[in-house]
Design a protein around this ligand. Structure first.
Ligand SMILES: C=CC1=C(C)c2cc3[nH]c(cc4nc(cc5[nH]c(cc1n2)c(C)c5CCC(=O)O)C(CCC(=O)O)=C4C)c(C)c3C=C
Ligand code: FE2
Length: 425
């Protein structure tokens, strides 16, 4: 984390070239104004900073789509679900406007405000990311169905048909503590403290305007072989994320993840729907299970990640394949068999979590913060219904939390998070 551009502006240590780079515009409409953050460039009445292309380990903030969806999966996540406390549409809009330059700064690896220049007030940035780089931080903002139910925002007519609470699934044991929320902030980074710092400072900057409903930290360990990132393993030791849309393929992403024009409310075009499920994994039971049984549970081999009966992780899973006796090679009750039996695809971007011990049972409160992006949450529902009661994995997992969010399209330079929603009001 470095000093903010706002500080340099106040100190007048910036060149014209830098100023244009920061505004992304010419001189028209640009003025320097003091804000609660200590002074930033104001363009057409709003704060605007740019991505800093000189920063290492940096994910770009501005673009057609928000970061943190097609972005290469990072090692850490801090996911927060918030309740909105403000009472008017304008205040809600101001909230997203205020968050926009802060998110740019955080993703540039900068502090969100000046350091300790006044000993009589708390520092603007909480400071724990000082000295750390941008760590490939991505920040993704979404809004939940409950936001549209708050009549004071007058958003009812803007609610997409796709944005609704997920149905109850047969094995769900949902706890309200990890369910729902008006807004989500997904911060992913290759450093846990950078991810946490991002959410902490965004929530702090919105003090009195939002409150935390639930949050979850998570991690992924990504082995690297010959400079190539491998699929991470989940806490059951199986490679998790093998069969996913290719994030660099526009075709895959447009088919599965990005909302296309006319497919949802206009303000969601180029956005995506996020399903979050906090799924406890019963490690103690799993660890007493024989390897063959474990492999039959997923329908894949543990070491290689290959479909049962095959050698390579990325060999196609042919669920119709039968052995000499006419039995399915990949068991019909296995997780992969059932997930593949249905004509629906999703982009899984999950993280493991470990959050102490369950009071009720004394077992690990550990598992998977399952996150999937899709152009319609029904894609998730179709797969979850196929897993249903018969998925062999059900013996080892319990769904404890659930939420769905509409993640805005990407932010254009000079615009702010969610502008399309507010602009159409
Ligand atoms: C409804 C969607 C899914 C939930 C919920 C889910 C939970 C879950 N999954 C694993 C571990 C693995 N899942 C794997 C494959 C896989 N899972 C889903 C969907 C959900 N999983 C899909 C669509 C697929 C791909 C199936 C295919 O087409 O082959 C695998 C195999 C490797 C891989 O492809 O990633 C593992 C392992 C856990 C532990 C879990 C809940 C805790
Ligand atoms: Fe799965």
């Amino acid at each position: 984390m470095t000093e903010t551009k706002g500080e340099k502006i106040l100190d007048k240590k910036f060149s014209r070239r830098q100023m244009l780079k920061m505004t992304g515009l010419g001189a028209a409409g640009v003025a320097i104004g003091a804000t609660g953050l200590g002074g930033v460039i104001k363009t057409f009445g709003m704060d605007f900073l740019d991505d800093d292309s000189t920063v290492t380990n940096k994910v770009t903030f501005y673009g057609k789509h928000q970061s943190g969806i097609a972005t290469d999966v990072q090692k850490n996540i801090y996911f927060a679900s918030l309740i909105v406390l403000v009472k008017s549409k304008q205040e809600l809009q101001e909230l997203f406007k205020m968050w926009t330059p802060l998110a740019v700064r955080l993703m540039n690896g900068e502090m969100i405000g000046d350091s300790m220049t006044n000993g009589m007030i708390p520092p603007k940035d909480t400071g724990e990311a000082k000295g750390l780089d941008a760590a490939n931080l991505s920040i993704t903002f979404g809004i939940g169905p409950s936001l549209f139910e708050k009549k004071e925002f007058g958003l009812t007519s803007k609610k997409p048909a796709q944005l609704k609470d997920l149905p109850h699934f047969p094995k769900d044991q949902l706890d309200d503590t990890y369910t729902g929320g008006d807004i989500c902030i997904q911060a992913c980074a290759d450093d846990p403290q950078v991810a946490f710092h991002a959410v902490r400072n965004l929530v702090r900057a919105a003090s009195g305007k939002v409150s935390l409903k639930w949050s979850q930290a998570g991690f992924n360990s990504v082995p690297v072989v010959n400079n190539k990132k491998q699929t991470p393993r989940n806490l059951f030791a199986f490679k998790d994320g093998t069969e996913n849309p290719i994030t660099s393929s526009q075709k895959d992403m447009n088919e599965v993840v990005w909302v296309q024009s006319g497919e949802s409310k206009n303000w969601m075009t180029d956005g995506s729907y996020l399903v979050a499920r906090r799924i406890q994994m019963h490690l103690e039971t799993w660890d007493r299970t024989a390897l063959k049984e474990q492999e039959n549970t997923f329908g894949r081999h543990r070491d290689s990640g290959a479909p049962i009966g095959k050698k390579d992780e990325f060999e196609a899973m042919d669920i119709d394949r039968k052995d000499d006796k006419g039995n399915f090679v990949v068991p019909e009750t296995s997780h992969a068999f059932l997930a593949k039996s249905v004509d629906a695809r999703i982009l899984r971007r999950a993280f493991s979590y470990s959050s102490g011990i369950m009071d009720s049972t004394g077992s690990y409160d550990a598992g998977l913060l399952f996150l999937s992006f899709q152009k319609n949450p029904d894609q998730f529902t179709k797969i979850q219904n196929s897993l249903g009661r018969i998925d062999k994995l059900n013996e080892y997992i319990t769904h404890r939390g659930s939420a769905v969010f509409a993640c805005f399209p990407g932010i254009q330079k000079g615009s702010y998070i969610g502008e399309a929603l507010f602009k159409t009001l």
